[in-house]
Ligand binder design. Sequence first.
Ligand code: GSH
Length: 228
Amino acid sequence: MKLYELVGVDKTQGFSPYVWRIKMALAHKGLEAEMVPLGFTDIKDTLDFADSKTVPVLVDGDNIIKDSWDIACYLEAAYPDSPSIFGGSVAKAQARLLNHQITLPLLVPFFKILVADIYDLLNDEDKDYFRRTREPRLGCTIEETIEARPKLLASVKQNLWPYNKCLEEQHFFGGDEPAFSDYIMYGIFQWARGTSNIKILQEDQPLYKWRTKMDNLYDGYGATLVSR
Ligand SMILES: N[C@@H](CCC(=O)N[C@@H](CS)C(=O)NCC(=O)O)C(=O)O
């Protein structure tokens, strides 16, 4: 099995939130994949065979799967005898909602908070590509996002409220045990950990304690990503 992931200059430190979901899902199922590190400008040509412009892409024998949600569904169906990633069809339906729900309140502001630090991790060719593609989306230069960080951090903290509240009442988003909903959320915090030293969570928050539990899963797999 091969999993294609996104890296900067350091090819050992994959930082894509979408790839981390799948890394955790593979660990959940006790599966191992060979990681294939790609820079932003490698993605298009390398993943042409998969008809994908983004990572993650998973190759499992003759099966080529793109998009993190579809990869999770594939793993669940292809490996029914190992622990369920979703924990049942209702939980899967709810994870699908979470997958979309986090986009505007979390992924978008996280991206704006992290974008300048992500830029710093890239090689020169990827830096050019990243600036050219991201600045039109941001509506400002990468450098100008730094000024907006305090405001964005305040809105992220507010948008994290339901997730903190939920974790006051249960151990994981999956309930008593971690499930794909947890990996979707954890991917966002891995993205932040691997790219920036900005502190997003406070020690007294349920999400902070949950992240520590997530770090400790599967022999501390998530914590192998170096904090910036
Ligand atoms: N919906 C996709 C999104 C994947 C995605 O956006 N991946 C980013 C890395 S975090 C990517 O490969 N971007 C390539 C590019 O922007 O050129 C999924 O869930 O897999």
